[in-house]
Design a protein. Structure first.
Length: 194
């Protein structure tokens, strides 16, 4: 009886139902391709002494205990916050989700990744004692050098976006190879069983 698989979730479900070992083997192959992206992104993080000195110090005090202050930069937190995940993430506003992805889950890492994307010159004024704080902060960070378009919007980043833009061609090829290899093994097993 033929099976019509139309999406990633359906493929994963069908693979688990038919041959869990092949499914695990395929995911292991994909993970091996994605971990270098994660590691490369982690390698773009600045060391603790390479960021603005004020950003590297905690800002919480008794007076600000109930106030969510700008998160201090911590190299270890930012590094461990860049993770590889297998499985679907939350759908975006366009209804899309991805499987097997690298994400940035720490506040200091996310700030370093995207600060200045919407407003490259920062903003002035606000509640800060230094009205030019955001401009100075953004100017102290390295330039976002990988400019590429997705659905009409510019996507810039200093960590994951940069690692992905440098290696995505190799990753796509290896992921397709892993899926094809799994499909060929599956077909060979089915032919042998018949």
């Amino acid at each position: 009886m033929p099976v019509n698989v139309t999406g990633v979730k359906q493929l994963q479900k069908a693979m688990r139902a038919v041959d869990d070992d092949l499914f695990k083997e395929m995911n292991t192959s994909i993970k091996a391709v994605m971990l270098p992206i994660r590691d490369k992104a982690r390698g773009f993080l600045p060391r603790q002494d390479e960021v603005l000195s004020g950003w590297g110090r905690p800002t919480a005090s008794v007076a600000t205990a109930n106030y969510r202050a700008f998160p201090a930069y911590d190299y270890q937190t930012a590094k461990t916050g860049i993770k590889y995940k297998a499985g679907s993430n939350k759908r975006n506003r366009n209804g899309f989700s991805v499987t097997n992805y690298v994400s940035n889950e720490s506040a200091p890492g996310a700030i370093f990744e995207t600060a200045g994307r919407k407003n490259p010159r920062g903003t002035t004024g606000g509640a800060s004692l230094n009205p030019n704080a955001s401009i100075q902060f953004i100017e102290s960070l390295p330039e976002m050098t990988n400019n590429y378009k997705t659905t009409g919007r510019k996507r810039d980043g200093r960590l994951i976006y940069k690692a992905w833009s440098e290696d995505s061609g190799k990753v796509y090829k290896k992921v397709v190879d892993a899926v094809e290899k799994t499909a060929n093994k599956f077909n060979a097993k089915q032919a042998k069983a018949a």
